[in-house]
Design a binder for this molecule. Structure first.
Ligand code: PLP
Length: 377
Protein backbone atom coordinates (compact mmCIF):
# COMPACT_ATOMS: atom_id res chain seq x y z
CA UNK A 1 0.00 0.00 0.00
CA UNK A 2 1.31 3.42 -0.93
CA UNK A 3 -0.20 6.03 1.35
CA UNK A 4 0.01 9.76 0.71
CA UNK A 5 -1.69 12.62 2.51
CA UNK A 6 -4.45 12.69 -0.14
CA UNK A 7 -4.76 9.19 -1.45
CA UNK A 8 -4.32 5.55 -0.55
CA UNK A 9 -3.37 3.16 -3.36
CA UNK A 10 -5.41 0.11 -2.39
CA UNK A 11 -4.51 -3.35 -3.64
CA UNK A 12 -8.15 -4.32 -3.18
CA UNK A 13 -10.68 -1.52 -3.22
CA UNK A 14 -13.99 -1.77 -1.41
CA UNK A 15 -15.71 -0.61 -4.61
CA UNK A 16 -13.77 -0.10 -7.82
CA UNK A 17 -15.48 2.71 -9.76
CA UNK A 18 -12.56 3.29 -12.17
CA UNK A 19 -12.39 -0.45 -13.07
CA UNK A 20 -16.08 -0.47 -13.94
CA UNK A 21 -15.74 2.74 -15.95
CA UNK A 22 -12.81 1.30 -17.94
CA UNK A 23 -14.91 -1.76 -18.87
CA UNK A 24 -17.89 0.31 -20.03
CA UNK A 25 -16.22 3.52 -21.13
CA UNK A 26 -17.38 3.54 -24.78
CA UNK A 27 -21.04 2.81 -23.98
CA UNK A 28 -21.09 5.28 -21.08
CA UNK A 29 -19.64 8.12 -23.13
CA UNK A 30 -22.03 7.37 -26.02
CA UNK A 31 -25.02 7.45 -23.67
CA UNK A 32 -23.96 10.78 -22.15
CA UNK A 33 -23.36 12.23 -25.64
CA UNK A 34 -26.82 11.15 -26.88
CA UNK A 35 -28.59 12.61 -23.86
CA UNK A 36 -26.71 15.90 -24.12
CA UNK A 37 -27.15 16.15 -27.89
CA UNK A 38 -30.88 15.58 -27.53
CA UNK A 39 -31.13 17.94 -24.56
CA UNK A 40 -33.08 15.29 -22.61
CA UNK A 41 -32.38 16.46 -19.08
CA UNK A 42 -35.50 16.45 -16.89
CA UNK A 43 -38.40 13.93 -16.83
CA UNK A 44 -37.89 12.64 -20.36
CA UNK A 45 -38.33 9.26 -22.03
CA UNK A 46 -35.11 7.79 -20.59
CA UNK A 47 -36.62 8.11 -17.12
CA UNK A 48 -39.92 6.57 -18.21
CA UNK A 49 -38.00 3.70 -19.86
CA UNK A 50 -36.02 3.13 -16.68
CA UNK A 51 -39.17 3.15 -14.55
CA UNK A 52 -40.75 0.54 -16.83
CA UNK A 53 -37.63 -1.64 -16.74
CA UNK A 54 -37.34 -1.40 -12.98
CA UNK A 55 -41.00 -2.25 -12.39
CA UNK A 56 -40.71 -5.28 -14.71
CA UNK A 57 -37.53 -6.42 -12.95
CA UNK A 58 -38.95 -6.07 -9.43
CA UNK A 59 -42.32 -7.52 -10.45
CA UNK A 60 -44.56 -4.54 -9.75
CA UNK A 61 -46.88 -2.57 -12.00
CA UNK A 62 -45.28 0.82 -11.34
CA UNK A 63 -41.95 2.42 -10.51
CA UNK A 64 -41.24 6.09 -9.88
CA UNK A 65 -37.70 7.48 -10.13
CA UNK A 66 -36.57 9.84 -7.37
CA UNK A 67 -33.45 11.78 -6.47
CA UNK A 68 -32.31 9.06 -4.04
CA UNK A 69 -33.69 6.28 -1.83
CA UNK A 70 -34.10 8.53 1.21
CA UNK A 71 -36.55 10.65 -0.79
CA UNK A 72 -38.27 7.52 -2.15
CA UNK A 73 -38.84 6.40 1.47
CA UNK A 74 -39.93 9.85 2.60
CA UNK A 75 -42.37 10.35 -0.26
CA UNK A 76 -43.76 6.80 -0.03
CA UNK A 77 -44.48 7.24 3.70
CA UNK A 78 -46.08 10.61 2.96
CA UNK A 79 -48.15 9.23 0.07
CA UNK A 80 -49.32 6.41 2.36
CA UNK A 81 -50.69 9.04 4.75
CA UNK A 82 -48.23 8.37 7.57
CA UNK A 83 -47.52 11.44 9.69
CA UNK A 84 -47.55 13.10 13.11
CA UNK A 85 -48.54 10.82 15.97
CA UNK A 86 -47.92 7.60 14.02
CA UNK A 87 -45.34 4.97 14.87
CA UNK A 88 -43.35 3.04 12.29
CA UNK A 89 -41.47 -0.13 13.27
CA UNK A 90 -38.01 -0.54 11.77
CA UNK A 91 -34.44 -1.43 12.80
CA UNK A 92 -31.43 0.38 14.18
CA UNK A 93 -29.03 -1.74 12.14
CA UNK A 94 -29.47 0.42 9.06
CA UNK A 95 -28.31 3.65 7.51
CA UNK A 96 -29.67 6.71 9.33
CA UNK A 97 -31.67 7.51 6.16
CA UNK A 98 -34.30 4.87 7.02
CA UNK A 99 -35.16 6.48 10.35
CA UNK A 100 -34.74 10.00 8.92
CA UNK A 101 -37.50 9.35 6.35
CA UNK A 102 -39.86 8.36 9.19
CA UNK A 103 -38.82 11.42 11.22
CA UNK A 104 -39.38 13.78 8.28
CA UNK A 105 -43.04 12.84 7.90
CA UNK A 106 -43.48 13.62 11.61
CA UNK A 107 -43.82 9.98 12.70
CA UNK A 108 -41.79 8.15 15.37
CA UNK A 109 -39.35 5.37 14.50
CA UNK A 110 -39.77 2.35 16.79
CA UNK A 111 -36.60 0.29 16.61
CA UNK A 112 -36.64 -3.51 16.88
CA UNK A 113 -33.59 -5.71 17.43
CA UNK A 114 -32.09 -7.98 14.77
CA UNK A 115 -31.89 -11.74 14.29
CA UNK A 116 -29.08 -14.08 13.23
CA UNK A 117 -29.08 -12.83 9.63
CA UNK A 118 -28.65 -9.20 10.79
CA UNK A 119 -32.14 -8.24 9.55
CA UNK A 120 -35.15 -7.38 11.72
CA UNK A 121 -36.06 -10.16 14.17
CA UNK A 122 -39.58 -10.83 12.97
CA UNK A 123 -40.50 -12.38 16.33
CA UNK A 124 -40.02 -8.97 17.97
CA UNK A 125 -42.15 -6.99 15.53
CA UNK A 126 -45.51 -8.00 16.93
CA UNK A 127 -44.36 -7.09 20.47
CA UNK A 128 -43.59 -3.58 19.23
CA UNK A 129 -47.08 -2.94 17.83
CA UNK A 130 -49.13 -0.35 19.75
CA UNK A 131 -52.37 1.59 19.15
CA UNK A 132 -50.28 4.18 17.26
CA UNK A 133 -48.45 1.79 14.94
CA UNK A 134 -49.25 2.60 11.31
CA UNK A 135 -46.52 0.82 9.38
CA UNK A 136 -43.61 -1.61 9.35
CA UNK A 137 -40.52 -0.54 7.44
CA UNK A 138 -38.36 -3.66 7.05
CA UNK A 139 -34.81 -3.10 5.80
CA UNK A 140 -33.44 -5.82 3.50
CA UNK A 141 -29.84 -5.39 4.49
CA UNK A 142 -26.76 -6.55 2.60
CA UNK A 143 -28.81 -8.00 -0.27
CA UNK A 144 -30.88 -10.44 1.82
CA UNK A 145 -34.63 -10.04 2.30
CA UNK A 146 -36.31 -10.11 5.68
CA UNK A 147 -38.68 -13.01 6.42
CA UNK A 148 -41.48 -11.40 4.42
CA UNK A 149 -43.98 -14.18 4.99
CA UNK A 150 -43.91 -13.61 8.73
CA UNK A 151 -43.81 -9.81 8.40
CA UNK A 152 -46.72 -9.63 5.96
CA UNK A 153 -48.82 -11.83 8.23
CA UNK A 154 -48.12 -9.56 11.24
CA UNK A 155 -48.98 -6.55 9.06
CA UNK A 156 -52.24 -8.16 7.97
CA UNK A 157 -53.21 -9.11 11.52
CA UNK A 158 -52.74 -5.54 12.75
CA UNK A 159 -53.81 -3.74 9.57
CA UNK A 160 -50.40 -2.13 9.06
CA UNK A 161 -48.85 -0.66 5.93
CA UNK A 162 -45.53 -2.20 4.81
CA UNK A 163 -42.93 -0.08 3.06
CA UNK A 164 -39.74 -1.96 2.21
CA UNK A 165 -36.33 -0.34 2.42
CA UNK A 166 -34.83 -2.28 -0.50
CA UNK A 167 -31.89 0.11 -0.92
CA UNK A 168 -29.49 -2.83 -0.66
CA UNK A 169 -31.58 -5.58 -2.19
CA UNK A 170 -32.29 -5.04 -5.88
CA UNK A 171 -32.90 -8.54 -7.32
CA UNK A 172 -33.01 -10.39 -3.98
CA UNK A 173 -36.00 -12.65 -3.42
CA UNK A 174 -37.85 -14.59 -0.73
CA UNK A 175 -39.71 -17.71 -1.89
CA UNK A 176 -39.34 -16.55 -5.48
CA UNK A 177 -40.76 -13.03 -4.97
CA UNK A 178 -38.47 -10.04 -5.30
CA UNK A 179 -37.84 -7.40 -2.65
CA UNK A 180 -39.84 -4.23 -3.26
CA UNK A 181 -42.92 -6.17 -4.43
CA UNK A 182 -44.34 -7.34 -1.07
CA UNK A 183 -45.50 -4.14 0.61
CA UNK A 184 -47.39 -1.05 -0.46
CA UNK A 185 -44.07 0.34 -1.72
CA UNK A 186 -40.44 -0.73 -2.12
CA UNK A 187 -37.65 1.85 -2.12
CA UNK A 188 -34.36 1.44 -3.95
CA UNK A 189 -31.04 3.26 -3.94
CA UNK A 190 -28.83 3.73 -6.96
CA UNK A 191 -26.06 5.40 -4.93
CA UNK A 192 -22.83 4.69 -6.85
CA UNK A 193 -21.72 1.81 -4.60
CA UNK A 194 -25.03 -0.02 -4.89
CA UNK A 195 -25.69 -3.12 -7.02
CA UNK A 196 -26.97 -0.82 -9.73
CA UNK A 197 -25.05 2.39 -9.20
CA UNK A 198 -25.69 5.77 -10.82
CA UNK A 199 -22.96 8.35 -11.34
CA UNK A 200 -24.19 10.33 -8.37
CA UNK A 201 -27.42 10.04 -6.40
CA UNK A 202 -30.59 8.36 -7.66
CA UNK A 203 -33.40 6.23 -6.24
CA UNK A 204 -36.88 4.90 -6.96
CA UNK A 205 -40.02 3.47 -5.41
CA UNK A 206 -41.98 0.50 -6.75
CA UNK A 207 -45.63 -0.32 -6.12
CA UNK A 208 -48.69 -2.14 -7.42
CA UNK A 209 -50.93 0.66 -6.20
CA UNK A 210 -51.69 3.17 -8.95
CA UNK A 211 -52.86 5.87 -6.52
CA UNK A 212 -49.64 5.69 -4.49
CA UNK A 213 -47.54 5.74 -7.68
CA UNK A 214 -49.43 8.80 -8.88
CA UNK A 215 -49.04 10.55 -5.52
CA UNK A 216 -45.27 9.95 -5.43
CA UNK A 217 -44.97 11.09 -9.05
CA UNK A 218 -46.62 14.35 -8.05
CA UNK A 219 -44.80 14.71 -4.69
CA UNK A 220 -41.39 14.34 -6.36
CA UNK A 221 -42.22 17.20 -8.76
CA UNK A 222 -43.38 20.11 -6.57
CA UNK A 223 -46.84 18.58 -6.17
CA UNK A 224 -47.63 19.14 -9.83
CA UNK A 225 -50.19 16.97 -11.63
CA UNK A 226 -50.81 16.05 -15.26
CA UNK A 227 -53.33 18.86 -15.72
CA UNK A 228 -50.82 21.60 -14.96
CA UNK A 229 -52.20 22.12 -11.45
CA UNK A 230 -50.49 21.79 -8.07
CA UNK A 231 -51.98 19.28 -5.63
CA UNK A 232 -50.31 20.78 -2.52
CA UNK A 233 -47.02 21.88 -0.96
CA UNK A 234 -44.26 19.53 -2.00
CA UNK A 235 -40.62 18.94 -2.91
CA UNK A 236 -38.22 18.59 -5.81
CA UNK A 237 -37.04 14.97 -5.67
CA UNK A 238 -36.84 13.99 -9.35
CA UNK A 239 -34.33 11.51 -10.72
CA UNK A 240 -32.04 13.23 -13.24
CA UNK A 241 -32.72 12.08 -16.76
CA UNK A 242 -29.00 11.61 -17.43
CA UNK A 243 -28.78 9.23 -14.46
CA UNK A 244 -31.82 7.34 -15.79
CA UNK A 245 -30.17 6.95 -19.20
CA UNK A 246 -27.01 5.58 -17.58
CA UNK A 247 -29.03 3.26 -15.34
CA UNK A 248 -30.84 1.92 -18.44
CA UNK A 249 -27.43 1.04 -19.84
CA UNK A 250 -26.22 -0.58 -16.63
CA UNK A 251 -29.48 -2.49 -16.17
CA UNK A 252 -28.38 -4.74 -19.07
CA UNK A 253 -25.46 -5.95 -16.95
CA UNK A 254 -27.37 -6.32 -13.69
CA UNK A 255 -28.07 -10.08 -13.85
CA UNK A 256 -24.44 -10.88 -14.66
CA UNK A 257 -23.23 -8.58 -11.88
CA UNK A 258 -25.56 -10.25 -9.37
CA UNK A 259 -24.31 -13.68 -10.46
CA UNK A 260 -20.69 -12.58 -9.95
CA UNK A 261 -21.50 -11.15 -6.51
CA UNK A 262 -23.06 -14.48 -5.49
CA UNK A 263 -20.02 -16.33 -6.82
CA UNK A 264 -17.67 -14.10 -4.81
CA UNK A 265 -19.76 -14.69 -1.67
CA UNK A 266 -19.44 -18.45 -2.23
CA UNK A 267 -15.66 -18.11 -2.62
CA UNK A 268 -15.36 -16.08 0.60
CA UNK A 269 -17.56 -18.65 2.33
CA UNK A 270 -15.37 -21.58 1.24
CA UNK A 271 -12.14 -19.88 2.20
CA UNK A 272 -13.21 -18.28 5.48
CA UNK A 273 -15.44 -21.00 6.93
CA UNK A 274 -12.58 -22.74 8.83
CA UNK A 275 -11.80 -19.57 10.83
CA UNK A 276 -13.48 -19.99 14.22
CA UNK A 277 -13.14 -16.31 15.10
CA UNK A 278 -15.48 -15.27 12.27
CA UNK A 279 -19.24 -15.48 11.78
CA UNK A 280 -20.15 -15.47 8.09
CA UNK A 281 -23.44 -14.54 6.43
CA UNK A 282 -25.77 -17.44 5.61
CA UNK A 283 -25.05 -19.20 2.35
CA UNK A 284 -27.74 -18.10 -0.08
CA UNK A 285 -30.12 -20.79 -1.42
CA UNK A 286 -29.02 -23.31 1.21
CA UNK A 287 -32.66 -23.54 2.29
CA UNK A 288 -34.31 -22.82 -1.07
CA UNK A 289 -36.08 -19.76 0.41
CA UNK A 290 -33.67 -16.84 0.21
CA UNK A 291 -32.00 -15.69 -2.99
CA UNK A 292 -29.39 -13.17 -1.82
CA UNK A 293 -27.62 -10.64 -4.01
CA UNK A 294 -24.77 -9.70 -1.64
CA UNK A 295 -24.78 -5.93 -1.79
CA UNK A 296 -22.29 -6.41 1.05
CA UNK A 297 -20.38 -9.29 2.57
CA UNK A 298 -20.96 -8.49 6.23
CA UNK A 299 -19.07 -10.64 8.73
CA UNK A 300 -18.63 -10.66 12.49
CA UNK A 301 -15.00 -10.83 13.55
CA UNK A 302 -13.27 -11.25 16.92
CA UNK A 303 -10.58 -8.58 17.50
CA UNK A 304 -12.33 -6.62 14.75
CA UNK A 305 -10.43 -3.34 15.15
CA UNK A 306 -7.02 -5.03 15.05
CA UNK A 307 -8.13 -7.03 11.99
CA UNK A 308 -9.22 -3.83 10.23
CA UNK A 309 -5.80 -2.24 10.87
CA UNK A 310 -4.03 -5.40 9.68
CA UNK A 311 -6.03 -5.59 6.45
CA UNK A 312 -5.67 -1.88 5.70
CA UNK A 313 -1.90 -2.20 6.12
CA UNK A 314 -2.03 -4.90 3.48
CA UNK A 315 -3.83 -2.53 1.12
CA UNK A 316 -7.28 -4.08 1.60
CA UNK A 317 -10.07 -1.54 1.90
CA UNK A 318 -12.58 -2.86 4.46
CA UNK A 319 -15.41 -0.88 6.06
CA UNK A 320 -17.04 -0.72 9.46
CA UNK A 321 -20.57 0.25 8.45
CA UNK A 322 -22.01 3.62 9.47
CA UNK A 323 -19.21 4.60 11.82
CA UNK A 324 -19.74 1.45 13.93
CA UNK A 325 -23.03 2.57 15.46
CA UNK A 326 -26.69 1.68 15.20
CA UNK A 327 -29.10 4.56 14.56
CA UNK A 328 -30.17 4.66 18.24
CA UNK A 329 -26.54 5.09 19.30
CA UNK A 330 -26.23 8.52 17.65
CA UNK A 331 -27.11 10.64 20.69
CA UNK A 332 -28.33 13.69 18.75
CA UNK A 333 -31.18 11.76 17.14
CA UNK A 334 -33.07 11.35 20.42
CA UNK A 335 -33.51 7.58 20.10
CA UNK A 336 -31.30 6.59 23.04
CA UNK A 337 -34.22 5.06 24.96
CA UNK A 338 -33.96 1.94 22.79
CA UNK A 339 -31.89 -0.93 24.17
CA UNK A 340 -31.06 -3.37 21.43
CA UNK A 341 -28.46 -5.81 22.76
CA UNK A 342 -27.95 -7.79 19.54
CA UNK A 343 -27.59 -4.68 17.41
CA UNK A 344 -25.18 -3.11 19.91
CA UNK A 345 -23.10 -6.30 20.12
CA UNK A 346 -23.04 -6.65 16.33
CA UNK A 347 -21.61 -3.16 15.90
CA UNK A 348 -18.61 -4.15 18.02
CA UNK A 349 -17.65 -6.97 15.68
CA UNK A 350 -19.13 -6.11 12.30
CA UNK A 351 -17.02 -5.62 9.21
CA UNK A 352 -17.67 -5.41 5.46
CA UNK A 353 -15.21 -7.13 3.11
CA UNK A 354 -14.66 -5.85 -0.44
CA UNK A 355 -17.30 -7.29 -2.76
CA UNK A 356 -18.00 -5.92 -6.23
CA UNK A 357 -18.29 -7.55 -9.65
CA UNK A 358 -14.87 -6.31 -10.77
CA UNK A 359 -13.10 -8.17 -7.94
CA UNK A 360 -10.82 -10.91 -9.34
CA UNK A 361 -10.45 -14.42 -7.90
CA UNK A 362 -6.84 -13.54 -7.04
CA UNK A 363 -7.99 -10.55 -5.03
CA UNK A 364 -10.51 -12.70 -3.13
CA UNK A 365 -7.70 -15.12 -2.35
CA UNK A 366 -5.47 -12.25 -1.23
CA UNK A 367 -8.15 -10.95 1.16
CA UNK A 368 -8.93 -14.44 2.50
CA UNK A 369 -5.23 -15.32 2.97
CA UNK A 370 -4.67 -12.05 4.83
CA UNK A 371 -7.52 -12.87 7.24
CA UNK A 372 -6.09 -16.39 7.82
CA UNK A 373 -2.68 -14.82 8.44
CA UNK A 374 -4.15 -12.43 11.01
CA UNK A 375 -5.77 -15.17 13.08
CA UNK A 376 -2.77 -17.51 12.87
CA UNK A 377 -0.17 -14.86 13.66
C1 PLP B 1 -30.42 0.49 3.97
C2 PLP B 1 -30.37 1.83 3.32
N1 PLP B 1 -31.46 2.63 3.35
C3 PLP B 1 -31.48 3.82 2.75
C4 PLP B 1 -30.36 4.30 2.08
C5 PLP B 1 -30.42 5.68 1.48
O1 PLP B 1 -30.16 5.63 0.12
P1 PLP B 1 -29.76 6.97 -0.67
O2 PLP B 1 -28.32 7.22 -0.38
O3 PLP B 1 -30.00 6.61 -2.11
O4 PLP B 1 -30.65 8.04 -0.19
C6 PLP B 1 -29.22 3.51 2.00
C7 PLP B 1 -28.04 3.99 1.27
O5 PLP B 1 -26.92 3.84 1.59
C8 PLP B 1 -29.20 2.25 2.64
O6 PLP B 1 -28.14 1.47 2.60
Amino acid sequence: MVQTAQRIEWKVRFVDYPAQFRKMETEIMETIRTVLEQGDLILRHQLRDFEERLAAFVGTQFAVGTSNCTDALHLSLRAAGIGAGDEVITVSHTFVATAAAIHHVGATPILADIGDDHNIDVKLVEQAVTQRTKAILPVHLNGRLCDMEHLMSVAKRHNLIVIEDSAQALGASFKGKRGGSFGLAGCFSFYPAKLLGAFGDAGAMTTNDETIAQKVRSLRDHGRNNLGGVDGWSFNCRMDNLQAALLNLKMEKLSAWIERRRQIARLYHERLLPIQELRLPPLSDSDGIYYDVFQNYEIEAKERNALVRFLKNKGIEVLIPWGGKGVHQFKNLGLSEFHLPRTERLFQEVLLLPLHPELSDNQIEYVSDAIHEFYHR
